[in-house]
Design a protein around this ligand. Structure first.
Ligand code: FAD
Ligand code: FES
Length: 322
């Protein structure tokens, strides 16, 4: 058994327990979501040295400030842990619009109260008043004042159902700092771009697409958006309009089940991508959405000859069951 201190009070951990799990087991409220080191919502501070793994992916200033991911840190004797000042971790935002665009997808727009620099393609954590927290990708273009989110209502899902069902216009929510690397950078200028989104995996790619249309000069830009049925695909008309307006952009809505539909491709997205002909050495590929499909698509793209450094992805992993 290990003993550590949180806010000056001693806690005893079970074997191999993380700081987060030990505190939650003892009724301490610590914001958390993925429990796998991705979302950074479980940040705590320590005056002793946290393990390297619990600081992986943090900025140098956060590392130096003693921040660590409590879901990745084993509860070890000698650790002195504190709750950071929440104003360092979260900003307030106000919901400005909420449009239920399909039976399961809501588009939420949020204006942050204060500066919120982000890059198109990044994600943030939305935190409800009671501390429930989940990650959502930002669908806005870099520098846009309002943050757009595409949220799919998951059966039995706590936060996605709240975000879809409850009338949230003018309500306040909290957001963590933006995170993630599925973004354009200067080295990519002039390359072709292949964007592959599954379900609400369209969200980060829509932001990246808008950047590629107006902010950053790219070569040919292709967007494949996959869903189970044609009806589950959303923003189809918006994307078709963009396709008409920009000749370097092509849009391919793909669905698996149901009758053939004009303007759509019926088929398996992974098979389609396997057979797709494109310049493997000069294309940046971004893949977002359902984790198992993202994994299969990444593998297909890599095996087709795209170097792994040119493949960026954001698997929408959900909270692991407690
Ligand atoms: C980096 C990142 C970015 C993300 N971006 C988006 C986004 O832009 N839009 C979006 O809609 N979601 C996104 N997600 C997923 C999101 O964070 C939540 O996991 C999702 O909304 C479910 O949360 P919940 O509270 O409703 O469900 P929970 O209460 O956490 O889960 C309830 C049950 O549903 C299952 N479940 C959770 N998610 C799914 C799923 N997707 N499919 C099937 N079963 C599921 C869980 O395993 C659990 O059994 C992202 C996740 C990550 C890590
Ligand atoms: S990184 Fe710890 S809960 Fe997500």
């Amino acid at each position: 058994m290990e003993r550590f201190f949180f806010e000056g009070k001693e806690y005893s951990s079970h074997k191999n327990e993380t700081v987060l799990d030990c505190l939650l087991r003892n009724g301490v409220k610590v914001t958390n979501s993925c429990k796998s080191g991705v979302c950074h919502s479980c940040l705590l501070k320590s005056t002793s040295s946290p393990d390297e793994i619990s600081q992986k992916g943090l900025s140098q200033s956060k590392k130096e400030g003693g921040f660590f991911l409590s879901c990745q840190q084993k509860a070890l004797s000698g650790l002195e842990v504190f709750m950071p000042d929440s104003s360092l971790l979260f900003v307030e935002g106000e919901v400005t619009s909420q449009v239920r665009i399909t039976d399961t997808v809501v588009i939420l727009k949020v204006r942050t109260l204060g500066d919120y620099p982000f890059k198109a393609g990044q994600f943030t954590n939305i935190i409800r008043h009671d501390g429930v927290c989940r990650s959502y990708s930002i669908a806005s273009q870099t520098g846009e004042r309002e943050l757009e989110f595409h949220i799919r209502k998951v059966a039995g899902g706590e936060l996605s159902n709240w975000l879809y069902e409850k009338d949230l216009t003018n309500q306040k929510i909290k957001l963590s700092e933006p995170l993630g690397e599925c973004c354009l950078n200067d080295e990519m200028t002039g390359k072709d771009l292949l964007l592959i989104g599954v379900g609400t995996g369209l969200a980060p790619l829509y932001g990246v697409l808008k950047d590629s249309l107006v902010k950053q000069k790219m070569g040919a830009v292709k967007l494949f958006h996959g869903g189970l049925t044609a009806e589950s695909l959303y923003m189809v008309e918006t994307l078709k309009t963009i396709e008409r307006d920009f000749d370097f952009f092509s849009y391919h809505p793909v669905f698996l089940n149901g009758k053939e539909k004009e303007g759509y491709i019926k088929g398996n997205l992974v098979d389609l991508i396997k057979e797709l002909s494109f310049d493997k050495k000069n294309t940046v590929v971004m893949i977002c959405g359902d984790p198992s499909l993202v994994k299969n698509l990444k593998q297909a793209v890599f095996l087709s000859g795209v170097p792994s450094k040119s493949i960026l992805s954001d698997p929408f992993i959900s909270q692991i069951p407690r």
